[in-house]
Design a protein around this ligand. Structure first.
Ligand SMILES: [Zn+2]
Length: 199
Protein backbone atom coordinates (compact mmCIF):
# COMPACT_ATOMS: atom_id res chain seq x y z
CA UNK A 1 0.00 0.00 0.00
CA UNK A 2 1.11 3.55 -0.54
CA UNK A 3 2.74 4.54 2.68
CA UNK A 4 0.78 7.22 4.43
CA UNK A 5 2.35 6.96 7.86
CA UNK A 6 2.55 10.18 9.73
CA UNK A 7 3.08 11.07 13.34
CA UNK A 8 -0.40 12.68 13.18
CA UNK A 9 0.85 15.65 15.16
CA UNK A 10 3.00 17.66 12.77
CA UNK A 11 1.15 20.62 11.25
CA UNK A 12 1.88 21.21 7.52
CA UNK A 13 4.59 23.78 8.17
CA UNK A 14 6.56 21.46 10.45
CA UNK A 15 7.82 17.94 10.18
CA UNK A 16 9.41 15.04 11.97
CA UNK A 17 11.24 12.28 10.10
CA UNK A 18 8.03 10.40 9.19
CA UNK A 19 7.71 10.12 5.40
CA UNK A 20 4.35 11.82 5.01
CA UNK A 21 5.25 14.64 7.41
CA UNK A 22 8.44 15.26 5.43
CA UNK A 23 6.52 15.24 2.13
CA UNK A 24 3.85 17.50 3.58
CA UNK A 25 6.37 20.09 4.70
CA UNK A 26 8.13 20.01 1.33
CA UNK A 27 4.83 20.70 -0.47
CA UNK A 28 3.93 23.38 2.06
CA UNK A 29 7.27 25.17 1.80
CA UNK A 30 7.87 24.75 -1.94
CA UNK A 31 4.45 24.51 -3.60
CA UNK A 32 5.92 25.80 -6.87
CA UNK A 33 8.16 22.72 -7.03
CA UNK A 34 5.95 19.94 -5.65
CA UNK A 35 2.22 19.60 -6.29
CA UNK A 36 1.74 16.00 -5.18
CA UNK A 37 3.30 13.17 -3.18
CA UNK A 38 5.08 11.62 -6.18
CA UNK A 39 6.83 14.88 -7.08
CA UNK A 40 7.95 15.39 -3.47
CA UNK A 41 9.16 11.78 -3.11
CA UNK A 42 11.03 12.16 -6.38
CA UNK A 43 12.76 15.25 -5.00
CA UNK A 44 13.61 13.53 -1.73
CA UNK A 45 14.71 10.14 -3.03
CA UNK A 46 16.10 10.83 -6.48
CA UNK A 47 17.93 14.13 -6.07
CA UNK A 48 21.18 14.21 -4.17
CA UNK A 49 22.10 17.67 -2.94
CA UNK A 50 18.48 18.53 -2.24
CA UNK A 51 19.13 19.61 1.33
CA UNK A 52 18.12 16.28 2.87
CA UNK A 53 20.58 13.80 4.33
CA UNK A 54 20.18 10.33 5.78
CA UNK A 55 20.17 10.10 9.54
CA UNK A 56 19.16 7.00 11.47
CA UNK A 57 17.53 5.52 8.39
CA UNK A 58 15.38 8.56 7.57
CA UNK A 59 15.86 11.62 5.40
CA UNK A 60 16.18 14.76 7.46
CA UNK A 61 16.29 18.37 6.34
CA UNK A 62 19.77 19.81 6.79
CA UNK A 63 18.21 23.27 6.80
CA UNK A 64 15.46 22.48 9.29
CA UNK A 65 16.35 25.60 11.23
CA UNK A 66 15.54 27.70 8.16
CA UNK A 67 12.06 29.10 8.49
CA UNK A 68 10.66 29.57 4.99
CA UNK A 69 8.14 32.36 5.17
CA UNK A 70 4.70 32.13 3.63
CA UNK A 71 5.58 35.02 1.34
CA UNK A 72 8.62 33.20 -0.04
CA UNK A 73 6.70 29.95 -0.41
CA UNK A 74 4.07 31.69 -2.54
CA UNK A 75 6.55 33.38 -4.85
CA UNK A 76 6.04 31.90 -8.34
CA UNK A 77 9.22 30.36 -9.71
CA UNK A 78 7.84 29.32 -13.08
CA UNK A 79 5.87 32.40 -14.05
CA UNK A 80 7.75 35.70 -14.39
CA UNK A 81 6.68 38.74 -12.40
CA UNK A 82 5.20 41.45 -14.66
CA UNK A 83 7.91 43.69 -16.09
CA UNK A 84 7.57 47.19 -14.66
CA UNK A 85 8.70 48.85 -17.88
CA UNK A 86 5.72 47.33 -19.68
CA UNK A 87 3.36 49.40 -17.56
CA UNK A 88 4.08 52.42 -19.70
CA UNK A 89 4.97 50.81 -23.02
CA UNK A 90 2.31 48.13 -23.24
CA UNK A 91 -0.30 48.32 -20.47
CA UNK A 92 -2.31 45.43 -21.94
CA UNK A 93 0.69 43.13 -21.96
CA UNK A 94 1.52 44.28 -18.44
CA UNK A 95 -2.01 43.52 -17.33
CA UNK A 96 -1.82 40.04 -18.85
CA UNK A 97 1.47 39.30 -17.12
CA UNK A 98 0.14 40.60 -13.82
CA UNK A 99 -2.93 38.39 -14.10
CA UNK A 100 -0.90 35.32 -14.97
CA UNK A 101 1.40 36.00 -12.02
CA UNK A 102 -1.50 36.43 -9.62
CA UNK A 103 -3.16 33.27 -10.96
CA UNK A 104 0.05 31.35 -10.29
CA UNK A 105 0.19 32.75 -6.75
CA UNK A 106 -3.38 31.60 -6.27
CA UNK A 107 -2.46 28.13 -7.55
CA UNK A 108 0.45 27.96 -5.09
CA UNK A 109 -1.80 29.18 -2.27
CA UNK A 110 -4.20 26.34 -3.07
CA UNK A 111 -1.45 23.70 -3.18
CA UNK A 112 -0.10 24.99 0.13
CA UNK A 113 -3.54 24.91 1.73
CA UNK A 114 -3.94 21.28 0.60
CA UNK A 115 -0.44 20.12 1.61
CA UNK A 116 -1.78 17.60 4.13
CA UNK A 117 -4.03 15.94 1.55
CA UNK A 118 -1.52 16.21 -1.32
CA UNK A 119 1.19 14.55 0.79
CA UNK A 120 -0.99 11.43 0.59
CA UNK A 121 -1.90 11.81 -3.09
CA UNK A 122 0.37 10.27 -5.75
CA UNK A 123 0.26 12.09 -9.08
CA UNK A 124 2.15 12.79 -12.30
CA UNK A 125 5.73 14.01 -12.24
CA UNK A 126 6.26 17.57 -13.41
CA UNK A 127 8.96 17.04 -15.99
CA UNK A 128 9.00 15.40 -19.35
CA UNK A 129 10.44 11.91 -18.80
CA UNK A 130 11.48 11.66 -22.44
CA UNK A 131 13.90 14.56 -22.03
CA UNK A 132 17.42 13.30 -22.20
CA UNK A 133 18.28 15.32 -19.10
CA UNK A 134 15.47 13.90 -17.01
CA UNK A 135 17.28 11.94 -14.33
CA UNK A 136 15.42 8.75 -13.66
CA UNK A 137 17.31 7.00 -10.93
CA UNK A 138 17.19 6.61 -7.16
CA UNK A 139 19.82 8.49 -5.21
CA UNK A 140 22.88 6.40 -4.68
CA UNK A 141 23.53 7.18 -1.04
CA UNK A 142 20.73 5.12 0.52
CA UNK A 143 21.90 3.56 3.77
CA UNK A 144 21.45 -0.11 4.63
CA UNK A 145 19.53 0.71 7.79
CA UNK A 146 16.54 2.42 6.11
CA UNK A 147 13.53 2.69 8.38
CA UNK A 148 10.73 0.44 7.04
CA UNK A 149 8.50 3.34 6.01
CA UNK A 150 11.39 5.02 4.18
CA UNK A 151 12.11 1.69 2.50
CA UNK A 152 8.46 1.60 1.41
CA UNK A 153 8.72 5.18 0.12
CA UNK A 154 11.88 4.26 -1.83
CA UNK A 155 10.04 1.28 -3.33
CA UNK A 156 7.12 3.56 -4.19
CA UNK A 157 9.23 6.00 -6.18
CA UNK A 158 11.43 3.23 -7.55
CA UNK A 159 8.32 1.74 -9.18
CA UNK A 160 7.73 5.06 -10.92
CA UNK A 161 11.35 5.43 -11.96
CA UNK A 162 11.66 1.88 -13.30
CA UNK A 163 8.37 2.08 -15.17
CA UNK A 164 9.33 5.30 -16.92
CA UNK A 165 12.83 4.04 -17.71
CA UNK A 166 11.45 0.86 -19.23
CA UNK A 167 8.81 2.77 -21.16
CA UNK A 168 11.42 5.17 -22.44
CA UNK A 169 13.66 2.33 -23.54
CA UNK A 170 10.95 0.41 -25.36
CA UNK A 171 8.35 2.80 -26.58
CA UNK A 172 7.79 5.93 -28.48
CA UNK A 173 7.76 9.28 -26.76
CA UNK A 174 4.01 9.70 -26.98
CA UNK A 175 3.45 6.49 -25.04
CA UNK A 176 5.94 7.52 -22.38
CA UNK A 177 4.15 10.84 -22.05
CA UNK A 178 0.82 9.08 -21.67
CA UNK A 179 2.23 6.84 -18.96
CA UNK A 180 3.82 9.85 -17.25
CA UNK A 181 0.45 11.59 -17.14
CA UNK A 182 -1.02 8.72 -15.15
CA UNK A 183 2.00 7.81 -13.10
CA UNK A 184 0.22 8.47 -9.80
CA UNK A 185 -2.58 6.01 -10.49
CA UNK A 186 -0.12 3.49 -11.92
CA UNK A 187 2.22 3.60 -8.92
CA UNK A 188 -0.82 3.33 -6.66
CA UNK A 189 -1.88 0.17 -8.49
CA UNK A 190 1.63 -1.30 -8.28
CA UNK A 191 1.72 -0.56 -4.54
CA UNK A 192 -1.59 -2.34 -4.08
CA UNK A 193 -0.33 -5.33 -6.06
CA UNK A 194 2.83 -5.45 -4.01
CA UNK A 195 0.82 -5.26 -0.80
CA UNK A 196 -1.32 -8.18 -1.89
CA UNK A 197 1.83 -10.17 -2.60
CA UNK A 198 1.62 -10.33 -6.38
CA UNK A 199 4.98 -8.78 -7.19
ZN1 LIG B 1 5.46 14.40 12.08
Amino acid sequence: MTNTNTCETCPPAQSCDAVTCTVQKLINDYPSLHANRTQALYRLLCHTGNGYEWSKGALVNVFAHYDRTKEKALKPSRVPAPFEWLKEHDPDEYQQMAQAYEAERERLRDIRARATELARTPGPLDFNPVDRDAVLTLRHDMPADLQPEWRAAADEIDDVVRLLREARKRHQETIVKQIAGHIGEISHAISRLRQSGHT
